[in-house]
Design a protein around this ligand. Structure first.
Ligand code: NAD
Length: 369
């Protein structure tokens, strides 16, 4: 395959930017897009055609690969249709809003023999990559504990986005699946999950119906994790702290930067590729009391440079696989189904834990289907 032809389902804020990233490559084109509202303007910008339905896009002879960037609730249909049509698939996070749907997607893509990559873009942050390599090199010893926090405060909005509605986004837990994914990519799949929480400060017509405070504990074969998510926290935080037997690493996505500490050394390193990208992210976040922090935008809004940078890195890696490259060990979980499965199965177990006020073993979720 010389030039890879992409079809994009959902050309809103994120899908349009992925389209720009792909269209800028010498070895890719965006040939077809589908979106019930925003297709035409993005198609014109990218020089693509518009498909009237998801099925039409997936069957289009000018499409080799389908990128799914529709709202979270609308990922299943395009993934299954793309697999049926024998097309490789890149799917945005959260892959699905239930383990059952996620398993169906994996089964369909595996039996069709096509690539299925989970769009867990945080793996492509330079600081996350460096952290994983420090851990692999034994610098902090055995990982015993992780704490991940993604919190902020939500003010009333003139209209309520799908991102704030539980049925459509899954709420904070699924919509911000990155932390559940990263913690498990460091500690292995969780075995037992417990969650308490609820909607403590955001009822009424100007808010969605998601829980705004979620407090989580996870048990692993070795060690534990504690997590907090939500939009009912007036002191916003966004970080992952990884405690090992010999040292610790902190990845701070709000103060923006990373640090490793052992008895012998303390060293800071960047979260993104350059000091400018880190500074830009810090500046944007200190300007607003972001709720999550959640990103809203429209197709014509360009994401900040740090986000464009990781989109480029992620799609560059995916394109390499489409062209026949072998998966790298550090990203293998993104295409072998394990990252998607662990993230969604644990999210389902946590949801059940909250609903039934009990500890839930993850295999209770995975053995159901
Ligand atoms: N990886 C990340 O860090 C990251 C960041 C932002 C968004 N995302 C993910 O990307 C996806 C899109 O998010 P966004 O921020 O672009 O949202 P958005 O609301 O800006 O865009 C969604 C687009 O999907 C379209 N759409 C609605 N129903 C559809 C359907 N049935 N089929 C196809 N398109 C449909 C809408 O018209 C809209 O243009 C979500 O799954 C989101 O979680 C990921």
């Amino acid at each position: 395959m010389g030039t890879v032809r992409y079809g994009i389902v959902g050309t809103g804020y994120f899908g349009a930017e992925m389209g720009r990233s792909l269209a800028a490559r010498p070895d890719a084109v965006v040939s077809v897009v589908h979106d019930p509202e925003n297709a035409r303007q993005v198609a014109d910008e990218l020089g693509a055609r518009v498909a009237g339905t998801v099925e039409e896009l997936c069957r289009d002879e000018d499409v080799d690969v389908v990128v799914v960037a529709s709202p979270n609730w609308a990922h299943l249909e395009p993934v299954l249709l793309a697999a049926q049509a024998g097309k490789h698939v890149f799917c945005e996070k959260p892959i699905a809003l239930s383990y059952r749907d996620c398993a169906d997607m994996l089964e369909a893509t595996t039996s069709a023999g096509v690539l299925f990559m989970a769009g867990h873009v945080t793996h492509f942050m330079a600081g996350v990559r460096r952290t994983k390599s420090l851990i692999a090199d034994g610098v902090i010893g055995d990982v015993l504990f992780c704490r991940a926090v993604r919190t902020g405060w939500e003010d009333p909005k003139p209209s309520v986005s799908w991102k704030k509605q539980r049925e459509l986004s899954g709420g904070h837990l699924y919509h911000h699946i990155h932390e559940l994914d990263l913690v498990q990519s460091i500690m292995g799949p969780a075995r037992v999950a417990t969650m308490v929480g609820g909607n403590v400060a955001h009822q009424g017509a100007t808010f969605g119906d998601e829980d705004d405070m979620l407090v989580i504990s996870l048990e692993f074969d070795q060690g534990f994790a504690a997590m907090e998510y939500g939009s009912a926290f007036r002191w916003p935080e966004h970080h992952i702290l990884i405690q090992g037997s010999l040292g610790a690493v902190r990845i701070d996505m709000r103060e923006v930067g990373c640090e490793v500490r052992t008895p012998e050394r303390a060293e800071q390193f960047l979260l993104h590729r350059t000091r400018q990208e880190d500074d830009e992210r810090r500046g944007i976040q200190s300007d607003r009391g972001t709720d999550g922090p959640i990103i809203y935008g429209s197709p014509q809004d360009r994401p900040p440079r740090w986000l464009r940078g990781i989109i480029d890195e992620e799609l560059d890696y995916f394109q390499g696989l489409v062209l026949g490259g072998e998966p790298l060990a550090e990203f293998a979980a993104l295409t072998d189904g394990s990252a998607a499965t662990a993230a969604i199965a644990t999210a389902d177990a946590l949801t059940l834990s909250l609903r039934e006020s009990r500890k839930v073993r993850i295999d209770e979720v995975t053995s159901r289907s």
